[in-house]
Write a protein that binds this ligand. Structure first.
Ligand code: ZN
Ligand code: ZN
Length: 466
């Protein structure tokens, strides 16, 4: 029997936090320390895996603003209730919704006719069912595309390449990403009728990587798709062997905007004992692209934050409330992040942390208060050193769903995960449960448990004024 349930203090804990009633087999016989719970989580946590296994199985792909994302919200509410979270709520918001459509085809017409594999990018326009046939002009980078004279792409399809390589810190995405984020908009401005990009990814499977693109104001969106990396390499060889002859392409993409629909953020709390203290906000996102069940992106992240919050309660009711923000509609333009920041502009948070970079091990600790609160920074960094996490002087800027933390100027922590294989899977049909290594997932939970537990039990301001 768990003797904690007899003590009066534990009784109030049970009343205040239903999570405590659901603890199941605990990490220790008597009252646990936070360190004990984190160490236990490293070898025993099942919650994060349960979340990602169940959502990828029972919900699957969950494109923002669609019926699938609505099912995911209902599913998440039920799961959070089963785990014993408090104050579970859906905070709905309206969004303009894009759907991928049914037909995604590309072929080289000349000089070397052959089919390739393509997927539309988020916000892409449609070619119509009959598709577009045009000469395709290659650019080795967004920079080269920018240098092309205005009007020089009139009537043509622009192909944009890049040279992305896997990196532990994921920084290759920052260099290659503009090919997708802004390339199609730039090509449209120069008169292109469509764009295909080399997938922003690092694998050599025949799986295009989708993801959002955006078009500047006053630029009419054009069809925009991603070629798989092997097909992009093939197209580049075709350019070389075409020997100056035009390369002609047929592209069929039929996405469409379906107007205003509803999305929503799902929130849930582990209630703290001192309601006057601002909460610790843990974020992830619920939506995925239509083409994948989103195990790495971001089922794992939601599992990690939920597990950490529940584990913190295993060491006793925290001082501060630990709040989950399971954001909607991140992939297609941070709709949930913006909606949460707006709705809660007057609710200060103590600190924001997000998990949205897969399920591989955490290797580096970053905060934005190393200078203003060096003692807390050092305490946190030191507390996770035993899990193989390095300290860093990099200033944390927070994940996509932490607009509220950035707008409030609050404390932010980034628990950097190993991104070496993240962009092999990112936004592809390969982002499936089998890619998750349970041992590395548990290391994430242990590190998060430790860090969130310290933050939730620290009373003073976390980021002091500088
Ligand atoms: Zn994500
Ligand atoms: Zn994503």
């Amino acid at each position: 029997m768990n003797t904690r349930l007899i003590a009066p203090i534990a009784l109030s804990l049970v009343l205040a936090s239903p999570a405590a009633a659901q603890l199941g087999p605990g990490p220790c016989e008597d009252a646990c320390t936070l360190d004990q719970v984190a160490d236990w989580a490293l070898d025993n946590d099942r919650i994060a895996w349960d979340f990602v296994e169940a959502i990828t199985t029972e919900v699957g792909p969950r494109q923002a603003g669609t019926e699938a994302e609505e099912r995911a919200r209902a599913w998440a509410v039920e799961w959070l209730e089963e785990q014993g979270f408090s104050n579970i709520a859906v905070e709905p918001f309206d969004m303009e919704t894009w759907v991928p459509g049914e037909s995604h085809r590309v072929e080289i017409l000349s000089p070397f006719p052959q089919p390739m594999v393509v997927q539309p990018l988020g916000n892409s326009a449609s070619t119509g069912d009959k598709g577009i046939e045009a000469e395709v002009v290659g650019f080795e980078s967004v920079g080269a595309l920018m240098a092309a004279p205005n009007g020089s792409l009139k009537g043509k399809i622009a192909y944009i390449s890049h040279d992305m390589r896997p990196t532990q810190d994921g920084s290759g995405y920052g260099f290659a990403g503009p090919a997708r984020w802004i390339g199609p908009g730039i090509a449209a401005g120069k008169g292109a009728v469509a764009t295909v990009i080399k997938s922003v990814g690092t694998d050599f499977r025949r799986n295009p990587h989708t993801g959002g693109t955006s078009f500047p104001d006053r630029t009419t969106p054009i069809p925009a798709g991603a070629l798989s990396l092997p097909d992009a390499a093939n197209l580049e060889r075709i350019f070389e062997r075409a020997d100056g002859k035009p390369v002609r392409m047929k592209l069929v993409l039929t996405p469409r905007m379906i107007g205003t629909t509803q999305s929503g953020n799902v929130v849930a709390d582990i209630t703290g004992s001192d309601p006057s203290l601002p909460p610790v906000l843990l974020a992830c996102h619920l939506d995925s692209w239509w083409n994948a069940p989103g195990a790495f992106d971001d089922g794992a992240g939601c599992g990690i934050i939920a597990a950490a919050a529940l584990n913190v309660a295993k060491a006793g009711q925290p001082l501060r409330t630990v709040r989950l923000l399971i954001a909607g509609a991140e992939e297609v333009g941070l709709w949930g992040s913006k909606a949460y920041a707006e709705a809660h502009a007057d609710d200060p948070i103590a600190v924001g942390i997000e998990s949205d970079f897969g399920a591989d091990r955490i290797w580096r600790f970053e905060s934005n208060f190393r200078d203003s609160n060096p003692d807390l920074h050092r305490q946190l960094a030191q507390s996770v050193a035993r899990f193989g996490v390095a300290d860093s002087g990099i200033v944390a800027s927070g994940g996509a769903d932490l607009n509220i933390a950035r707008e409030q100027g609050s404390a932010i922590i980034d628990l950097q995960q190993d991104g070496t294989r993240y962009f092999d899977l990112h936004h592809t049909p390969d982002d499936t449960l089998d890619k998750i290594d349970p041992e590395q997932l548990r290391q994430n939970v242990a590190v998060w448990t430790q860090v969130v537990g310290i933050l939730a039990n620290t009373a003073g301001p976390l980021k002091r004024s500088e």
